[in-house]
Design a binder for this molecule. Structure first.
Ligand SMILES: Nc1nc2c(c(=O)[nH]1)N[C@H]1C(S)=C(S)[C@@H](COP(=O)(O)OP(=O)(O)OC[C@H]3O[C@@H](n4cnc5c(=O)[nH]c(N)nc54)[C@H](O)[C@@H]3O)O[C@H]1N2
Ligand SMILES: Nc1nc2c(c(=O)[nH]1)N[C@H]1C(S)=C(S)[C@@H](COP(=O)(O)OP(=O)(O)OC[C@H]3O[C@@H](n4cnc5c(=O)[nH]c(N)nc54)[C@H](O)[C@@H]3O)O[C@H]1N2
Ligand SMILES: [Mo]
Length: 837
């Protein structure tokens, strides 16, 4: 059923290009956001909603995962946070009448922008096999259909359960339990396409797959390197933190192929100084690196530091200093000796590295590379921040290992103002991982889960995102469920994904708004509307709150206050809890076990059963009565006695009970409930940061040796990165402008260096197809095509081009993934431009 993706905006030929902005944020940004908010929500609702973003009694901004400062501004939001909120809190509605009026074929011809603009989903809908329209379905029937379909599988591995990173800890924890209860670890998530490379590299080298800095560290850093990240658009509140760091004397170096507005200069709309005096110059240095040149850059920094250390050792031994023959003053030799392994191998590898090659890979002259090295050498505390520019390349994992190497040299991990800072995307993507959304769960996690719920979770690894697509393509997936997100548009190789989806028997999407994954479906499709962050969530007679973890490991509560778009909506927690009840509950196979406490508080007797006094294993195993086992068997589960045991109805009506389970399964959540009360934050333990403790194979932070890699661009070709405009949230398109880059009114543009445009025989504004060329391991070349893009001259390095995601996902080959992490290489796609006939 692969359909031709819509190319509406280019046909109108109205893209307008102006010079890129040099300053980010400021008053125009706030006005722009308010305008969008008013349009979607009306003035009163806008004010009421926006005042609650990221406040202690409010909701967590669904925008990004950047942490809140402790002293919050009245309006702790940014332009793009406000847009994310407006998008969700919109007053527009998509109900049964909408689906009656628009056939699935018609909807498929619209792009993600149009679909998203229609408003909030209000009713569960079913698209039957062969039907032309979605039709309404009751919750009971919808969930019953899912349960039937799951029971009918020959093998639980025929089911795939995707998660996007907005899902709360509570919903995510129950969801992974549902999936493992069914007997599979098929839990691909958006993180597979996002910071998986960071997780892989950091777990291996420092023993934790997360960053090691707090917001205070950012403020106290002496040097901040921001590489492969566009915070002015994607993490605007980070600019305030950078500004604060600068005021404290920090140096900031931006490493990017593009001179991104936010990094160059920043007008803080929340300070008078920002507004009145033309802003703060943020970046002191801009390294205009070639796509994929970062591994070489960090090797150059390491090489420079090692050379400088050796020189200082030689100088002091020449001056007769005692015992200084071996150790210079540049490196932290005590830290290296006490806390690391692999130093000698790394030192040798850097001695062997050639400056000529480092220059070729980065496109940056040796002198400039050494200037960055000098900034690092003289810094008292260094933090490296990064995002997608570093994680979506074939050699992303070695690149990030190299960052760790350079930081270890000066002991820049586990002390104030220093460390690694992968800046996460989705607002709870990190929390989802923490509570078990992972296709390769650790044995420690699974053991705790087994003990808590008296079952045996499967041990074999499941599919990640790319693995799931391959299985769909090969017809091995019969059931797909998406907990939020937009799997069809966000993943690589769109044509393969769309065809793969059509082989699936039932696709289920839990969502707030309409997107492409709801119109490119399996043979049957369910669309389940749910509450968003801004919506009030009343269950069990009281308002529920959920929790989320920010990019720096701080967990806090989030509570929406707006009246939900429809009385019909169930929270994500309720949807999953009911499915668990249907599949694993005492009444599984019979009457719905949750029907009793509708609206009332949970039965205290059940509560006791879910919260045994003695060890959970013991007690819960006893609770696995013959009756329950019989019911599960009747339910057709593969291992009838092996389903998780909990009081699902109670969990649906009191999310605190879910938090109590999390606290017993995941380390670091001690006193969870008490600590999130009154808006307090729970800081999860972080070995490297807290105590220079490294949970690696040898208990040390590990220097690694990584052969230098960088992309080679064939003659007459360009290397394309696919990135975000200023008016989008991933596949949710807010509008068609990219204000800071000076692109207006359209998204089908390709940014190319003016000299390349000429050298390739084109002119600005030519309309071209982008054709990607992918050489398979056997040497054959595959081609993929994205039609009708307008060429725009832009300050990108020679040989490098840029275009927006998701329009260009058709070009990213499914098999082109990062080594180790499996992340699609969305920032390095070899393309040629082809003139339209
Ligand atoms: N408003 C808004 N906020 C968002 C999002 C959104 O879509 N809109 N998305 C959220 C999500 S899920 C994520 S993951 C983050 C994404 O945040 P970013 O990673 O900032 O997003 P991208 O637009 O992919 O930008 C990649 C940046 O890296 C640069 N880059 C590309 N390749 C290279 C390279 O090889 N080397 C270097 N040094 N730089 C490179 C690009 O020029 C660009 O500046 O933002 C989150 N926040
Ligand atoms: N070419 C290319 N591809 C990429 C990237 C890239 O840079 N280039 N970036 C990758 C990255 S970093 C990421 S994170 C992924 C993003 O992949 P996804 O997370 O799958 O995509 P999103 O566009 O963020 O999903 C948005 C949808 O989520 C739904 N939604 C919003 N809020 C809620 C909610 O509260 N609950 C529920 N149930 N649904 C909700 C809405 O329907 C909305 O349409 O894309 C990846 N794909
Ligand atoms: Mo992301």
């Amino acid at each position: 059923m692969a359909t031709k993706p819509p190319t509406g905006d280019i046909d109108e030929k109205r893209v307008r290009v102006t010079p890129p902005k040099k300053v980010a944020v400021g008053v125009p940004a706030v006005l722009h956001a308010l305008e969008m908010a008013n349009e979607q929500m009306g003035v009163a609702r806008s004010v009421q909603t926006l005042l609650r973003v990221n406040q202690k009694d409010g909701f967590d901004c669904p925008g990004c995962a950047w942490p809140e400062e402790d002293k919050r501004h009245i309006a702790e939001f940014c332009e793009n946070g406000a847009k994310a909120v407006a998008e969700e809190a919109t007053l527009r509605r998509v109900g049964p009448e909408f689906f009656a009026a628009h056939s699935i074929d018609e909807l498929r011809a619209h792009d993600d922008w149009w679909l998203g603009q229609q408003g909030r989903l209000t009713h569960p809908m079913l698209l039957d096999d062969g039907a032309t329209h979605y039709r309404p379905i009751s919750w009971d029937d919808a969930l019953g259909l899912i349960a039937d379909e799951l029971r009918a599988l020959d093998d639980p591995d025929e089911a795939v359960f995707y998660t996007s990173g907005r899902t709360s800890n509570e919903a995510a924890f129950l969801y992974q339990l549902l999936v493992r209860g069914l007997g599979t670890n098929n839990l691909p998530d958006c993180s597979n396409m996002c910071h998986e490379s960071s997780g892989s590299a950091l777990t291996e080298t420092i023993g934790i797959g997360k960053g090691t800095v707090s917001i205070e560290d950012i403020h106290e850093a002496d040097l901040l390197i921001v590489a492969g990240q566009n915070p002015g658009t994607n993490h605007p509140r980070m600019l305030s933190a950078l500004e604060k760091a600068k005021r404290n004397g920090a140096t900031i170096i931006a490493v990017n192929p593009l001179p991104e507005a936010g990094l160059m200069r920043f007008e803080n709309p929340q300070t008078v100084r920002g507004v009145a005096f033309g802003g703060t110059k943020l970046a002191d240095g801009f390294v205009q690196i070639r796509l994929g040149g970062d591994q070489a850059l960090f090797q150059a920094i390491g090489k420079h530091l090692l050379e400088a250390d050796a020189a200082s050792a030689a100088a002091s031994s020449a001056a007769g200093a005692e015992g200084a023959a071996l150790q210079g003053s540049v490196l932290d030799h005590d830290f290296i000796a006490a806390h690391t392994s692999g130093f000698d191998g790394y030192r040798q590898a850097m001695a062997d590295a050639s400056w000529r090659e480092l220059v070729a890979a980065t496109g940056v002259p040796e002198k400039a590379l050494r200037r960055v090295g000098e900034a690092v050498r003289t810094s008292k505390a260094t933090i490296v921040c990064w995002a997608m520019g570093l994680t979506q390349h074939k050699h992303s994992v070695p690149t990030l290992r190299e960052i760790v190497n350079t930081l270890l040299l000066q002991g820049n991990i586990g002390r104030p103002g220093a460390g690694v800072c992968p800046v996460r995307g989705h607002s709870n993507v990190q929390g989802d991982r923490t509570v078990g959304i992972y296709e390769k769960p650790s044995a420690v996690f699974l053991d705790a889960l087994d003990a808590e719920f008296a079952f045996a979770a499967p041990r074999e690894h499941g599919f990640d995102t790319v693995g799931a697509i391959r299985a769909m393509r090969d017809g091995r997936v019969r059931f797909f469920m998406g907990m939020g997100g937009n799997f069809v548009s966000a993943t690589p190789d769109t044509a393969v994904v769309e065809a793969g989806m059509s082989h699936v028997g039932l696709t289920v999407q839990v969502s707030t708004k309409l997107n492409r994954s709801h119109v490119v479906t399996g043979r049957r499709a369910l669309l389940l509307p749910t509450l968003g962050r801004t919506d009030r969530d009343r269950r069990g007679g009281r308002e529920q709150r959920v929790t989320v973890e920010d990019s720096m490991g701080a967990v806090h509560a989030s509570r929406g206050r707006l009246a939900p778009p429809s009385e019909e909506l169930l929270s994500e927690v309720a949807i999953v809890a009911r499915l668990c009840g249907l599949l694993f509950g005492a009444g599984a196979g019979g009457a719905a076990p949750w029907s009793a406490p509708a609206g009332g508080t949970a039965d205290p007797a059940r509560h006791d059963r879910a919260y045994p006094e003695r060890t959970p294993t013991e007690e819960a195993r006893q609770a696995a009565t013959a009756e329950e086992a019989g019911a599960a068997e009747q339910a057709g589960l593969r291992h009838p006695s092996n389903v998780p045991h909990a009081d699902w109805a109670a969990l649906e009506h009191d999310y605190a009970l879910i938090r109590a389970h999390i606290q017993r399964v995941v380390p670091g959540f001690e006193d969870y409930e008490e600590r999130i009360d009154k808006g307090r934050t729970l800081h999860l333990p972080n070995g490297p940061r807290d105590a220079r403790r490294f949970a690696t194979v040898d208990g040390k932070a590990r220097f690694t040796v990584n052969a230098l890699e960088y992309p080679r661009i064939p003659r007459g070709r360009l290397l394309l990165q696919t990135l975000r405009s200023h008016d989008q949230y991933n596949t949710t398109i807010y509008g068609k402008d990219d204000r800071y880059r000076g692109i207006h009114g359209g998204r089908r543009v390709v940014l190319v260096n003016a000299k390349d445009i000429a050298a390739l025989g084109f002119a600005e504004n030519d309309i071209v197809d982008l054709v990607s060329e992918w050489t398979r391991p056997d040497g054959t070349v595959e081609e993929r095509r994205a039609e009708e893009f307008r060429i725009v001259a832009y300050r990108t390095p020679r040989g490098n081009a840029a275009a927006y995601y998701p329009e260009t996902n058709v070009l990213v080959p499914l098999d082109s993934v990062a080594d180790v992490s499996g992340t699609p290489t969305s920032k390095s796609v070899v393309i040629r431009l082809e003139r339209r006939a």
